[in-house]
Design a protein around this ligand. Sequence first.
Ligand SMILES: C[S@@+](CC[C@H](N)C(=O)[O-])C[C@H]1O[C@@H](n2cnc3c(N)ncnc32)[C@H](O)[C@@H]1O
Length: 311
Amino acid sequence: METATLNPPTPEAKTSCCGPDCCAETSTAAVQEGPATAKSEAEALVATVREHYAEIAKTGATCCGGGGCAVAPDPEDVARGLGYAPADLAALPADANLGLGCGAPIAHLALQAGETVLDLGSGPGLDALLAARLVGPSGHVIGVDMTPAMLARARANAAAAGQHQVEFRQGRLEQLPVVDSSVDAVTSNCVINLVPDKTAVFREIARVLRPGGRLVISDIVLDGTLPPSVMGAVEAYVGCIAGASRRQDYLDMLAAVGLGQVEILREIDYAQTMLEVAPTEIAGLLAGSGLAPKDVLGIVKSVTIRAVKPS
Ligand SMILES: C[S@@+](CC[C@H](N)C(=O)[O-])C[C@H]1O[C@@H](n2cnc3c(N)ncnc32)[C@H](O)[C@@H]1O
């Protein structure tokens, strides 16, 4: 089948190729055979995303793309390529970085000591732990993720880092386990593209932010149209590409829930960046889907967006 992912495999993938839980064929069947209603099709996609990231959390194996289990890039190289400061990466447990982000949003959040921060789709905890260092012991960081194995990894990383002002809650971004108007700042890194009902996520962000609170997220948006083979591939969906919205649609959704002062702080050509970080691996993944770099370059962008909840 045709698949593609630009979330590169992690080093462990070299030796743990395609167990029964992670093969794309299994996931495709789950989606294709699901009930016909849009809601249950969306839930089938969410279940596929959860299955994919559970596998990554447990084994690091992201080897189901069309390129198979080629030599994998170092997550630290990926994070540096996306803008993380080497000193920040060195200060955290290595297990907190699986190279799953598409930006470095915490650097743009201007966090102050004592603030409350919410990280949506916290994964192994990289951004939540960086935020915890900035808000300090008087602050509070809440990471939310739907995947139990990711939460377990994040909690172990918080314990290893000795950061007690961070907690990780299991929940869905579309229905956050967070009280109204209780958060100073929301962040998220390469997650909302994975959620079929993005408007629900933005509505929840507007609900939990305090008046005057801000949002800084990094996410994938599309500037143009991807080949049909990519848009139809489950691996491209779980790899943060096929579920991405067009740039203007994304910005419109933020404005529609009442968030203001929406601005793009930074943007990078995500495909180009990944090709620079890991040229052989990414070119191999694309080739496995019958694609050349020119098919995705200039279309798959990572944007870091800021918005504010009106006072
Ligand atoms: C691409 S990873 C990014 C992880 C993290 N932000 C990072 O940069 O390392 C996506 C994460 O979002 C979580 N996720 C995806 N969709 C979700 C949803 N609808 N509700 C809650 N978590 C979700 C997955 O479980 C996974 O841990």
